[in-house]
Design a protein. Structure first.
Lengths: 115, 115
DNA sequence: TGCACGTGCCATTAATTCATTGCATGTGCC
DNA sequence: GGCACATGCAATGAATTAATGGCACGTGCA
């Protein structure tokens, strides 16, 4: 994932995602390697509910991905891993992205690039 | 300004700043060249009050700088310009930054790195 | 069967942030 | 003096986001 691949609206959301202590820590933790929700929650010392909210958001913007993995004892665990990305922010890249900003983004909605 | 120059707390704030349509547009506009508040407000089609709020925030995180310029007719105008920056976000840079995250940042305060 | 552990999601409340409006100050010009 | 334009800031209300708690479901094991 690169800065130039994103529309202004998308970039706004992608940037806002790591811009949170919780999510930054989650990314950092996953940068070490994949882990499953409950374990990650314990590692970070936050509730599973809260972690899931942040994971979902990270996944929505495409910063992390998940896959189910069944442990030997039959437990279906959801593993998350970081999706490689390299976002370069410069006045230029932002200026370019801003060109594709829609006014509906002023609040931070939609951009549900459907089909 | 570079990613590695920032502490986790700072990075969180810096990232959150362009993560706003308004501020992204402001940066884009300033990327073209310096301008003064009232003019910029007209260009962007937003109120001066609102623009000032965003400019202040951009300046707080060091993305823009200002200087007074007195026009021929004696009006003191405040010009703003973009401060060159290149922030590279990768799982690694974020992981590194996260190490210096303080828990007080969970809400988004302080980081008033004094001297 | 009861306990431990994993997942998922919703409703509620609390806290933050965002934007608007209004007013005050200063300078040049008609 | 009155009008136009520039800046600045504070109070207020609206809206959005964040986090918690509770509850449901499934599997393996003593």
């Amino acid at each position: 994932m690169e800065t130039t691949d994103l529309t202004g609206d998308s970039l706004v959301k992608v940037l806002a995602t790591p811009a949170s202590p919780h999510r930054m820590r989650v990314l950092a933790a996953l940068a070490t390697g994949p882990t499953y929700v409950s374990q990650l929650a314990r590692d970070l010392g936050i509730s599973r509910a809260l972690l899931q909210v942040h994971l979902k958001r990270l996944q929505t913007v495409g910063l992390v991905a998940d896959h189910i993995e069944v442990s030997d004892d039959g437990k279906a665990m959801k593993f998350y891993e970081v999706v490689p990305f390299a976002l370069c922010l410069t006045p230029q890249t932002l200026a370019t992205a801003s060109e594709s900003l829609t006014d509906s983004a002023d609040r931070g909605e939609s951009t549900k690039k459907g089909t």
